[in-house]
Structure formats: structure tokens, C-alpha cells
Design a protein around this ligand. Structure first.
Ligand code: IP8
Length: 260
């Protein structure tokens, strides 16, 4: 059953206007959720922080490194993510997509996944529910907190659920060989095909971190797709195994994992 799930990350730069604090990209969101109506397979959605969580985490200088960050900053970042999540869930409700918001705090402890809870997310999809979770500031240990990105969550969820496909909806067409020339890599078979020095690096570590997490996921034998979130019809093509514009990192089993 778990094999059927599709894991989709909606990038913060797609669902929000990154350059405008606390502003949703309503047009992009509506387009994506309208497309979801045609998706006939079970999906789990993860979304990023965009001009909500990132805006505040930058202001308070919070990172993925666990630290004793200011309490008011922790509260503000978390609240901004709840707000963004609520707005997205509300939009999904408008399309009768049956979203169910899940805080990442409920299925991780000390930054480690609680597999039993994650499996329950997949079970819920059988009831025509779409679980929606998000990057957030989370408690680690010893009064330290850290930003857990939606990209890292994708890896955590993938390791447990072994989704059929993993999709990152981003604000460009895929992974570029060179962002200046927009020379798109269609298929990645080998890690060495990607030159990290030329992968776009936004203020929050955006594309580089996504690619790193995607490569990890692909080592579980899962194909990881990068598509343009502003063109959600491409998502449908991927789910239908049709060719479309984007980048796929082909799943391959590392010998270490095979041996398990
Ligand atoms: O946009 C980070 O999630 P991301 C969320 O997936 C916060 O990196 C709180 C900044």
C-alpha cells in the first residue's frame, strides 16, 4: 500500500511571493490545487516557508544548526508557518481536496522520524485525505532548536514511506547545468552530472539543499522529479509517466542499502 504514495514538495518560492513578506502567491496556489483535482493517486504534501517562515528566520538569524535561539523568534517563526499552512489548507478546502494539516513536531523527535506516525499519514490517504506538513522551527535537545526544512522532511518521509515518486515543485523548470544559460538537465543518472558550484543558491540555501536531499532520496531507489510549480500540468504528466519538461534524478539502490 505504501508504495502508491506520491510525495510532493511545494516550494516556498512557488506558494509565496518570496520578495514580499508574508504574501501568498494566490494565483500559483489556485492553479496547483485545481490540478490536484485530477490527481488520482494518493498524495502527501510538504510545503516550504517562503516569505513566511524564511522571512522571520532570517530576521532572527536562525539556521538548521541547533542552537539556543531567542524564544520570541522561535514563537514568531513557528506562528508564521502555522499561518502559511492554514492559508494553504484553506485554499485546498475551497477545492474540496480534504487536506489534513500535520505539524512536523508530531512525527519527529530529536530530529528523528517517528516511523509509526509517518506510516499513519500514508494510511490516511486511503480515506481520500491529503496530509499537509511543512518546514518549521523544531525543538531538538538541551533547549536547542533548529530549522527543519521541508526538503529535509521530504527525505525523512521518503525513507519511511518509500513513495512511488517524489516531486519537488520549484520556481524554475528544473536543475540547470548552468543557471545563466538555463541549460536544463533532463535526467540525472550519476551524482557527478550535477556541479554544485553552478546550482542556484538562494538566500536560504534553496536549490542546493533540495538537490542534496533529492540525491539522498534517489539512493533509496526512488525517482525524484523537479518541475516548475507554476506549470502544474507537468505534475500530471509525471504522474501519468509521460515526458515533460523538468529534471528527473533516477532512483538507484546503493549497495549499502541493498545489503539491508
Ligand atoms: O522552505 C523552512 O522550510 P523550507 C521553513 O522547505 C522555515 O526550507 C521555518 C524557515
Amino acid at each position: 500500500m505504501l508504495q502508491d504514495v506520491i510525495l510532493i514538495k511545494l516550494g516556498g518560492s512557488v506558494v509565496t511571493h518570496k520578495e514580499r513578506a508574508m504574501t501568498m502567491n494566490k494565483m500559483a496556489i489556485d492553479r496547483i490545487f485545481k490540478t490536484f483535482l485530477s490527481v488520482k493517486v494518493p498524495i502527501i504534501v510538504v510545503h516550504g516557508g517562503g516569505s513566511f517562515g524564511h522571512y522571520w528566520s532570517v530576521k532572527y538569524d536562525m539556521h538548521s544548526k541547533p542552537d539556543r535561539y531567542p524564544s520570541d523568534g522561535i514563537a514568531i517563526v513557528h506562528e508564521s508557518m502555522i499561518l502559511l499552512n492554514h492559508k494553504l489548507v484553506k485554499s485546498m478546502m475551497k477545492f474540496r481536496l480534504n487536506p489534513y494539516s500535520v505539524s512536523p513536531f508530531s512525527f519527529i523527535s530529536n530530529n528523528k522520524p517517528i516511523a509509526k506516525k509517518i506510516v499513519e499519514l500514508a494510511s490516511m490517504t486511503r480515506d481520500k485525505i491529503i496530509p499537509v506538513t511543512y518546514g518549521d522551527i523544531v525543538y531538538r535537545t538541551n533547549h536547542k532548536y533548529s530549522i527543519l526544512s521541508g526538503d529535509e522532511l521530504m527525505t525523512m518521509l521518503s525513507y519511511v514511506l518509500k513513495p512511488k515518486k517524489v516531486v519537488f515543485a520549484v520556481n524554475v523548470d528544473g536543475i540547470y547545468r548552468d543557471p545563466r544559460t538555463k541549460d536544463l538537465i533532463n535526467t540525472v543518472e550519476e551524482k557527478s552530472q550535477i556541479k554544485f558550484s553552478s546550482v542556484n543558491f538562494d538566500v536560504t540555501g534553496g536549490m542546493k539543499r533540495k538537490v542534496r536531499e533529492a540525491l539522498k532520496i534517489s539512493l533509496s531507489g526512488i525517482d525524484v522529479h523537479f518541475i516548475n510549480g507554476f506549470k502544474p500540468d507537468r505534475l500530471l504528466k509525471i504522474l501519468d509517466n509521460k515526458i515533460t519538461k523538468g529534471t528527473v534524478i533516477k532512483g538507484k539502490r546503493s549497495s549499502k542499502r541493498n545489503a539491508r
